[in-house]
Design a binder for this molecule. Structure first.
Ligand code: EPZ
Length: 423
């Protein structure tokens, strides 16, 4: 296995380009399953583990894919399977994104039920509800979601989501674009990754109104086409890199971003005393002598993202005062706390919120986490910790960050990937 060995105390300074977004790449790749027409060319696809797993799933289904230099070409003209097997779904829950497109195109699909998640329950009931509303019959048997259309096409419907769900909105969109008639998605997710999926579908020939709002109206079309498309930037990677500068007292410019899509995170940095300047498609952050504590509550976009909550907590261990952190999306997403405390942080969990006592001097040790953003949080802590921090099981980090140690090294970090064996 790989670990990252970090000798802390170096300031993160310089300029770095944001990679393409993982969480928009996955549904966009899934949407290529909607049409047998030609070949898609999608650029700015980040080269990371979850993307590779998704491409592996498409290959399994029979797609022809090639992925080089962040350009993915895909043709799904000759698929040979409509089933997403357990072996791939268990590697990555986002495999559920094939449910909507395969059902819409073939009238039948089987997707293995995703299992538990390291940071609490992550049900898929809303994905199933959406398919049923569109006229599918869904049964759960032998650990699979089996969805089939009664007739030749899905039928447009009104679907009101009781909670905002990125994945269920994405799946409903992909199922609805070729359904017969009109579909209205109420309380649809507003995340930029969903907006990106909408733009991709529209380029393919879909008719979607209300993009960028919580009500999406879709007029079903008969046919979609293969297109070229550029993926959006990864706002969570950008926020993580800005945090790396903030926690080490550095100054960093992240280029290739849409600053408005980072607004809640940039606002939190400003409140912590950082200077944040936006110029075109880049953001520059420089740090004050003393970071101020900032309370955050993670909620759906445009509020502070749950995927930045762990990184923010690492930062707050260095703030001069106490701060609170609440996650309203995943109430139990606090796996990183015991590991941060092993590095010398003083964080208490009270019911469903965390109280971070800052500032605390962190000192390096071996740490490990069970999910992607928690691992990013530990890397950030390692950058500021005294002595050497070893972040074990880096495969969690590799699922969602493209060349992270290379980017951090170029910005001045002393960080190295090494092999190790677990007992
Ligand atoms: C997406 O997951 C992201 N993953 C997650 O990113 C992110 O944390 C999450 O959205 C929230 O922003 C991808 O885009 C691949 P949801 P998703 O459905 O779509 C509840 C990362 O680190 N819910 O928006 O699975 C759910 O339990 C990751 O990159 C249901 O109750 O999240 C949660 O409380 C991890 N029933 C809330 O909705 C359902 O059927 C929002 O989840 C679906 C969701």
């Amino acid at each position: 296995m790989d670990k990252l060995v970090i000798r802390g105390g170096k300031k993160i300074c310089g300029s770095v380009a944001a990679s393409g977004s993982k969480n928009s790449a996955l549904p966009v790749i899934a949407a290529t399953l909607l049409t047998a027409d030609g070949s898609f060319a999608i650029s700015r696809i980040p080269d990371l583990k979850d993307v590779r797993t998704f491409i592996q799933l498409l290959d399994y289904l029979g797609a022809e894919t090639s992925f080089e230099g962040n350009l993915l070409t895909v043709s799904t003209a000759h698929l040979k399977s409509i089933e997403a097997p357990y072996e791939l779904v268990k590697k990555m829950r986002a495999s559920i994104y094939v449910l909507g497109p395969l059902l819409a195109r073939f009238g039948h699909t089987r997707v293995s039920l995703p299992g538990g998640c390291a940071f609490g329950p992550r049900p898929v009931d809303l994905h199933i509800m959406a398919m049923e509303k569109l006229g599918a019959t869904v049964t759960i048997e032998n650990g699979f979601i089996d969805a089939r259309i009664n007739g030749s096409r899905l039928r447009g419907a009104r679907i009101d989501f009781p909670v905002s769900s990125v994945g269920a909105t994405g799946n409903a969109l992909m199922a609805a674009v070729t359904a017969e008639g009109t579909t209205v998605l109420g309380n649809a997710a507003l995340e930029p990754e969903i907006e990106c999926l909408c733009h991709f579908l529209v380029k393919m020939g879909a008719r979607i109104d209300g993009i960028g709002t919580t009500t999406l109206t879709i007029e079903g079309v008969d046919q979609l086409r293969a297109v070229g498309f550029e993926n959006i930037f990864d706002r969570i990677e950008a926020g993580t890199l800005l945090s790396a500068a903030a926690i080490t007292g550095g100054t960093v410019t992240v280029t290739g971003v849409v600053p408005e899509q980072l607004a809640s995170v940039l606002e939190a940095f400003r409140q912590s005393g950082c200077s944040v300047t936006v110029s075109g498609d880049s953001v520059t952050l420089s740090t004050p002598t003393e970071l101020l504590p900032v309370d955050i509550t993670a909620r759906p976009y445009p509020e502070f993202p749950t995927d930045m909550q762990a990184q923010w907590m690492a930062l707050m261990t260095q703030a001069h005062g106490d701060s609170t952190i609440i996650d309203r999306i995943y109430l139990e997403r606090f796996n990183h706390i015991p590991e941060l405390n092993r590095l010398g942080a003083h964080i208490e969990i009270r019911d469903n919120w965390a109280l971070v006592h800052g500032p605390q001097e962190l000192t390096g040790t071996k740490v490990m986490s069970t999910d992607l953003r928690a691992s990013a949080c530990l890397v950030l802590a390692g950058l500021v910790a005294k002595d050497t921090t070893e972040v074990l099981r880096v495969y969690h980090l590799d699922r969602g960050y493209e060349a992270i140690e290379k980017k951090l090294t170029a910005l001045g970090a002393d960080i190295e990937r090494q092999k190790y064996q677990e007992f």
